[in-house]
Design a protein around this ligand. Structure first.
Ligand code: AMP
Length: 221
């Protein structure tokens, strides 16, 4: 099964993708992580991408489309994946559909009120070694990554000023493409305002009640 996580920045796409990945042994593909990897390596694409990401703007299509096509062509994702962060604009959707970049079976649309999204921004921590996502608002007292013991990092775009722009860009450029997937009958709506376990359980419940072909069977194994 191929999943696409959809929702505003800070809605919990990466967190739920990781939980789903662990339980159902599907690889996750995060466009943001691919870009951050490129920045960390100091690639030319990464240098260019950083200048957009730090402002909360979209990285140009030539860069992201080439990267995602390359990732989706790799052998480990041929039997299912959980995609987060692509397509994110109407023109990316056009590339995705016209060039048959990948087939999507299920779109998880996470719904979270703006104030909750904003309250999550300052608390997000990401493990520098394994990418595990934690939020200090969960009050679990993790001083280091509970999975691998790595140090916490804070994303350079996780601040309230940049967030406002990321959210505006999401509403203007990303949200409209949800209609395409709704028309295809692939969207499962999930409330994402609560703690990760609660949202995850609601998501699994919604999968089991869904009419999307093969989804219930996949989840119930
Ligand atoms: P994320 O990790 O999904 O929050 O993405 C972080 C940032 O990476 C975004 O604010 C954009 O600057 C950039 N980015 C991620 N995905 C895309 C995409 N599909 N197209 C353009 N820019 C992207």
């Amino acid at each position: 099964m191929n999943f696409l996580m959809f929702g505003a920045p800070m809605a919990g796409k990466g967190t739920l993708a990781n939980m789903l990945s662990e339980e159902y042994h599907l690889p996750t593909i995060s466009m943001g992580d691919i870009l951050r990897g490129s920045i960390a390596r100091g690639d030319a694409e990464g240098v260019l991408a950083k200048s957009y990401m730090d402002k909360g703007e979209m990285v140009p299509n030539e860069v992201v489309c080439a990267m995602i096509k390359n990732r989706l062509a790799q052998p480990d994702v041929q039997n299912g994946f959980i995609l987060d962060g692509f397509p994110r604009t109407p023109s990316q959707l056009e590339v995705f559909v016209k060039e048959n970049v990948a087939n999507i079976d299920v779109v998880v649309s996470l719904e979270v009120p703006y104030n909750t999204l904003l309250s999550r921004v300052v608390g997000r921590r990401t493990c520098k070694d394994c990418g595990y996502i934690y939020n200090t608002s969960w009050n679990l007292g993790y001083e280091k990554c509970p999975k691998c013991g790595g140090e916490w990092g804070i994303r350079s775009d996780d601040n309230e000023e940049t967030y406002q722009n990321r959210f505006n860009v999401y509403q203007k450029e990303t949200l409209p493409i949800l209609d395409y997937f709704k028309n295809e009958g692939k969207v499962v709506e999930v409330e994402g305002k609560d703690a990760p376990e609660e949202s995850y359980n609601m998501m699994i419940k919604a999968f089991k009640q869904s009419n999307i072909k093969g989804l219930k069977e996949f989840i119930e194994g």
